[in-house]
Write a protein that binds this ligand. Structure first.
Ligand SMILES: *Cc1c(COP(=O)(O)O)cnc(C)c1O
Length: 457
């Protein structure tokens, strides 16, 4: 088989610059070992996130010039509304400045104190926005989804029996909506199968509970269904996406992922009453309903992005290039979440740095080592992000897993950048026992990965 190449050529370049190891050690100290505090100019390969980091196409840049900046009734809104209706199939479009604003509005109107919101796995902002309503965010991913080394085609699936038991035990009134995150970011960018989507939808229907997608990576999920689920080989990603959305009542979306833009998000849904409530809240917190939290040009770029992202050449390259990094890491003996996800490779830092206990934050420690060694920035999906401090004992309650996420920005880096990343990780492998653990010196109450500080132990 021939190499799956980047299906684009480069028209505009952004230089990146090397720093010395000495520089990086100093920057790391200054950042309090939290890579969110680094200046991006001091990062060589930035795999912190795939969110808002995509390279836009010539069509998107051209569309931005044609954006309509009218306060009300802007043409760009109607263009986006039409595309969302065509691709997602929902009646109402409520544009927001990014995904978490959509979540905040959605949960403000739907969720009341004491309620429960099940999901396969909640992303950190999703959980925080539910907990902000004094409700509980429950993760019901299948057991296979919790075992990093286990190969399974749809590790993002929800445990339907657990969902049924929860509804039976707690009562339908306690559950305002059920969520499914496609793909499941927090557990490795793993897809949810069409069969599981249908099964969850059936349970929700039976009890009259709305099902919503956290749809940030809907195109990647659709492509995994095409690759892995019987009966979908001959369908286009757009057809598969349309079918997925037909089994839900709406979605929240961060366009910073599969919208292929640098900012933006939306709620799309069918229910008229929720849409009305959401618009009222939107006016108060984001802006008038035909622009939400965005400029007209942003809406125009999203309208192109959600269509381009379903292009099969693009998706083939996208999924293959992520797999390239994951498979080569496995080859050099670095444990990763298997199989490779859509947008990122997750190194199992708890297994890789087995000389560190979870209290010593192995994922955070590995991230710092990757930066110091090669100027690579990654993200923590582990005890720093999802664990918490027990306020009675003062001990850390570790997360289920300690993962380092290498997120791949869309259409930004080439294969040689990934080869460099592999070389840096390979060079660390031999000396991994020298990597020291970390301890908190400061932590905020929620979303602590963004602002926490650490020291070496
Ligand atoms: C990124 C993300 C969000 C939040 O979106 P933002 O645009 O970053 O606010 C919500 N859920 C999932 C699964 C995400 O990946």
């Amino acid at each position: 088989m021939k190499t799956i190449i980047e299906p684009f050529r480069i028209k505009c370049v952004e230089p990146i610059r090397m720093t010395t190891r000495e520089d990086r050690s100093a920057f790391l100290e200054e950042s309090h070992f939290n890579l969110f505090n680094l200046r991006s100019d001091h990062v060589l390969i930035d795999l912190l996130t795939d969110s808002g980091t995509a390279a836009m196409s010539q069509e998107q840049w051209a569309a931005m010039m044609l954006g309509d900046e009218s306060y009300a009734g802007g043409r760009s809104f109607y263009e986006l509304e039409e595309r969302v209706a065509a691709i997602f199939g929902y009646k109402h479009l409520i544009p927001t400045h990014q995904g978490r604003a959509a979540e905040h509005i959605m949960f403000s109107i739907a969720v009341e104190p004491g309620m429960l919101v099940p999901n396969n796995n909640h992303f950190d902002t999703t959980r925080a926005n539910i907990e902000f309503q004094k409700a509980e965010a429950l993760d019901l991913v299948i057991d296979q989804g919790k075992v990093p080394s286990l190969d399974h085609p749809f590790k993002g699936d929800m445990n339907v029996l657990k969902l049924q038991a929860l509804i039976r035990e707690k009562g339908r009134e306690k559950i305002p909506l059920v969520l499914l995150t496609i793909t499941n970011n927090a557990a490795g960018g793993q897809p949810v199968s069409m069969a599981n989507i249908k099964a969850v939808y059936r349970v929700c229907r039976e009890h009259g509970i709305p099902l919503f997608f956290d749809a940030c990576r809907f195109a990647e999920n659709a492509y995994f269904i095409k690759l892995r689920e019987d009966g979908y080989q001959d369908k286009t990603p757009a057809e598969i996406a349309r079918e997925m959305f037909s089994y839900a009542d709406g979605c929240t979306m961060s366009a910073k992922k599969d919208g292929l833009v640098n900012i933006g998000g939306f709620i799309a849904l069918d229910d008229d009453e929720w849409a009305q409530k959401a618009r009222n809240l939107l006016i108060m917190t984001e802006g008038f309903p035909t622009y939400g939290g965005l400029a007209g040009r942003d809406l125009a770029a999203i309208a192109r992005g959600i269509e381009e992202v379903l292009d099969e050449d693009y998706l083939r390259y996208r999924i293959a290039s992520t797999r390239y990094l994951g498979d080569h890491l496995e080859e050099i003996g670095v444990p990763t979440v298997r199989p490779p996800g859509g947008h990122a490779i997750f190194i199992d830092a708890r297994a890789f740095l087995d000389h560190l206990s979870p209290e010593h934050l192995p994922a955070q420690a590995l991230m710092c080592a990757l930066y110091e060694e090669g100027g690579i920035r990654s993200a923590e999906i582990g005890t720093v992000t999802f664990g918490r401090k027990d306020h009675v004992t003062g001990h850390e309650i570790p997360a289920d897993m300690d993962l380092v996420r290498l997120a791949i920005p869309r259409r930004v880096y080439t294969q040689s950048h990934m080869d460099y990343v592999l070389e840096v990780i390979a060079s660390l492998t031999g000396r991994k026992r020298d990597i020291r653990g970390l301890a908190f010196t400061y932590q905020p109450k929620s979303l602590r990965n963004f602002t926490a500080r650490f020291k070496r132990v």
